[in-house]
Design a protein around this ligand. Structure first.
Ligand code: PNS
Length: 160
């Protein structure tokens, strides 16, 4: 049985921290689906299509990574592709409470789906899409935080 994992998120936009988790996750699982889902507490800057395109262009070199989007519950998406696992990155203790709530909810919804956490590389422990957008908004240098194509996409948004 092949090991299939989902790496879900808002990816608004994808950062070098996300890419680090995706690259490492792809070494452990046979197939890794990076999926743009809706986080109802966030108001995204990029459309779902834009986020999917950005992820595709920066993960295209990883053969076992697929990129997708889904409107609905993560557990339903995972079921639709026969995934056995969810991968999430953990940056700091502050992420833990939020992740524990989501993971516990997902386990209630589907007890067979396991969630794996990977510590982000320490060089990205402070990094989030929100902080990247904030710095880009005030024309700060984000070249070490996101790939060039994402930097360009942020410049293309009126807000940044
Ligand atoms: O990058 P984020 O915003 O931390 O990702 C959170 C996300 C999108 C993975 C989460 O909100 C999610 O799974 N949304 C889909 C709806 C769902 O399944 N909700 C219940 C579990 S939290």
């Amino acid at each position: 049985m092949s090991k299939i994992a989902v790496c879900p998120g808002s990816f608004d936009p994808i950062t070098n921290g996300h890419i680090d988790i995706i690259q490492r996750g792809a070494k452990i699982f046979d197939e890794l689906y990076v999926v743009v889902l809706n986080n109802s507490s966030k108001h995204p800057l990029f459309t779902v299509e834009e986020r999917v395109e950005l992820i595709k262009s920066v993960t295209g070199h990883i053969p076992n990574v697929k990129v997708d989007s889904f409107q609905g519950l993560l557990v339903d998406y995972a079921k639709s592709i026969d995934a056995n696992a969810i991968i999430r990155g953990l940056r700091a203790v502050s992420d833990f409470e939020y992740e524990m709530q989501g993971t516990s909810m997902n386990r209630v919804l589907d007890e067979h789906l396991e969630t794996f956490f990977m510590m982000t590389n320490s060089q990205y422990s402070f990094l989030s899409s929100s902080i990247v957008k904030e710095v880009a908004k005030y024309k700060g240098d984000i070249s070490s935080l996101v790939p060039p194509i994402v930097e360009e996409a942020l410049k293309g948004k009126n807000c940044c």
